[in-house]
Design a protein around this ligand. Structure first.
Ligand SMILES: [Zn+2]
Length: 359
């Protein structure tokens, strides 16, 4: 794998991850771009003990430019058109988000009164292009391509973990218009947060209270033993629907070995993940014969704490519960955080498992 760092016209970093050692990465970004916006401000909610990022500048971000590859900012540049990627082709590319929720570019922050504390949204937001093919999808990537994406995730996790003030690195993919995704090109994002996220805090607090061993490892072992919710497995990974799934179709994928983050996976583990994950994604799409909107979220241990307690795993879920029906976060979920799931996890697992078997 060859890694080449370059910079875009406004100073943002762009990194090519290439399979070939001789890829030409000398292309220059010739666009004239506005100066980069300042970082968001973080405000603390004393009632929930959560930080909320106020990213006003994001209102101006690119919105659904079009489905056409001609306008796509994530396709490679051509002789007549300049995108975010200066080269005429690429394997995997990562660059700093033009409208980041977190960055190293601070403004000044005022006392806002109330009981809220305010601080700058230190951190970094990056975009990961999974392939140069505009109309592809993660589920259709070759195993080698998935492995290259995983190398890029591992590289970015290690790199962003080293930024002063960053507490957690989150690699994820939002897919589908129903999820609010603004660009059709297969891509994901990486957020380097200046705090440990609420969901991770909850999971780690539960793991800390659990005295029988590692909670995540025991959840995995129990699901493997029960078997009724296992969707797919190989020697190094297991995919299962959690017993108390919140979403109609939700699959968690765990490595069999406890590691804190993507950077700690071995080459063998990355290779074993690729075919399993794409088979699960294809099973998702096969459920109703329509593109499944989904969120795919890598849960990694925080950067500076609980490295022994955390357990890398992927949480994948869709908001589609039937061909024409989406699960919306209504009153109970949005206001109270109390989920009601319309699909039994065992039934969801059975449906997904039968489709994974096709591959
Ligand atoms: Zn594109």
């Amino acid at each position: 794998m060859k890694r080449t760092i370059t910079h875009l016209a406004d100073g943002r970093e762009l990194i090519y991850f290439d399979r070939r050692d001789d890829a030409d990465r000398s292309a220059i970004d010739r666009r004239v771009l506005d100066p980069r916006p300042v970082a968001s401000e973080l405000r603390y909610d004393p009632l929930t003990e959560e930080w909320i990022a106020m990213a006003g500048h994001r209102q101006t971000r690119t919105f659904q430019p079009t489905g056409s590859a001609n306008e796509c900012p994530l396709c490679p540049s051509s002789d007549t058109r300049s995108s975010e990627i200066p080269a005429h082709d690429y394997d995997v590319v990562v660059f700093e988000n033009r409208f980041p929720s977190f960055s190293g570019n601070f403004g000044t922050y005022m006392d806002v009164g109330g009981l809220s504390e305010v601080r700058p949204g230190v951190g970094r937001c990056e975009v990961v292009c999974f392939t140069s093919e505009h109309s592809s999808s993660f589920s259709r990537l070759s195993n080698g391509q998935v492995e290259l994406v995983m190398e890029a995730w591992a590289d970015r996790t290690a790199e962003l973990s080293g930024i002063e003030g960053v507490e957690q690195v989150f690699c994820f993919e939002n897919r589908g218009e129903e999820i609010g995704i603004t660009l059709a090109h297969p891509h994901g994002q990486i957020y380097a947060y200046p705090y440990v996220t609420p969901r991770t805090k909850l999971q780690l607090a539960a793991a800390r209270r659990y005295s029988m061993g590692n909670l995540f490892a025991d959840v995995l072992a129990a699901e493997r033993a029960a078997g009724t919710r296992v969707v797919a497995a190989n020697e190094l990974w297991t995919a299962f629907v959690p017993a108390a799934a919140r979403w109609p179709y939700e699959v968690h994928i765990y490595p069999h070995r406890q590691v804190p983050d993507l950077a700690a996976l071995t080459e063998e583990e990355r290779s074993a993940f690729a075919p399993l994950y794409t088979a699960v994604l294809r099973a998702f799409d096969d459920l109703f014969g329509v593109v499944m909107p989904y969120i795919s979220a890598w849960h990694q241990a925080p950067v500076r704490q609980d490295r022994e307690l955390g357990y890398l795993h992927l949480e994948l879920f869709s908001i589609r519960r039937a061909p024409g029906k989406l699960k919306y976060l209504a009153g109970s979920e949005s206001a109270m955080g109390a989920f009601v799931n319309d699909v039994l996890p065992e039934e969801a697992a059975r449906m997904l498992r039968s489709r994974v078997d096709h591959y």
